[in-house]
Write a protein that binds this ligand. Structure first.
Ligand SMILES: [Zn+2]
Length: 62
């Protein structure tokens, strides 16, 4: 667990916000993020939290 980790808004999991190469913020499972990681990279083992979130927000119809 690293200091930047915070609790997911939607479930008890700990996440870290990383930047994607496109400059967007991405919630990543904290256990897959290392100290020096700032950019989301599946090749480094990062796992998007949206893939594992236990209670993700539902999409609303507009
Ligand atoms: Zn979650």
């Amino acid at each position: 667990m690293i200091g930047r980790a915070q609790k997911c808004r939607y479930c008890p999991a700990m996440i870290v916000w990383l930047k994607t190469p496109l400059g967007r913020s991405m919630p990543v499972d904290a256990e897959t993020v290392g100290y020096g990681d700032w950019v989301y990279s599946p090749a480094r083992g990062h796992r998007s939290h949206w893939a594992t979130c236990q209670n993700p927000p539902r999409r609303r119809k507009r």
